[in-house]
Design a protein around this ligand. Structure first.
Ligand code: FES
Length: 141
């Protein structure tokens, strides 16, 4: 893949944990790629398949959901439901020939600023290796 490819990543972040962790990463001046667009959601339980598909349709090369640690969701099981939706959509993406790795879910606490930066780096690397999203390429054709 061309070295010039800079993946566009959309991250749906729960306001109680991942978003706070992102804030902390910023305050700590941790380095992570600037290609991630954070979408604040009240809880990952709000995440659904349509949101992910719209993000891909809008040009994302990769999408991830970041929620509270298992057992710590402020709405009890929002993160569990989000994980189920991510698992479901990963299978559907695979069925239509799109790499399921383009979609992921992470769990972290509000105090894990460094982990937030690590996730952005990790995920961006995965998407860089995969190259531009076939959805984006097909929409542009
Ligand atoms: Fe964070 Fe539900 S409140 S995942």
């Amino acid at each position: 893949m061309s070295e010039e490819f800079e993946p566009r990543v959309i991250a749906f972040c729960c306001q109680y944990c991942a978003y706070s962790a992102a804030d902390m990463a910023g305050s700590m001046r941790l380095q992570y790629p600037s290609n991630v667009e954070i979408v604040l959601i009240p809880c990952t339980g709000r995440f659904d398949v349509i949101l992910a598909l719209k993000a891909f349709e809008a040009g994302a090369d990769g999408v991830y959901v970041a929620g509270c640690l298992v057992g710590n969701c402020h709405f009890l099981d929002g993160n569990i439901r989000a994980q189920q939706r991510v698992d479901y959509l990963q299978k559907e993406l695979k069925n239509i020939g799109i790499e399921p790795e383009r979609l992921a879910m992470y769990n972290l606490s509000a105090s894990q600023g460094p982990r937030f930066a690590e996730i952005v780096n990790e995920f961006s690397e995965i998407i860089s290796r995969l190259g531009p999203s076939p959805i984006k390429k097909n929409l542009a054709a």
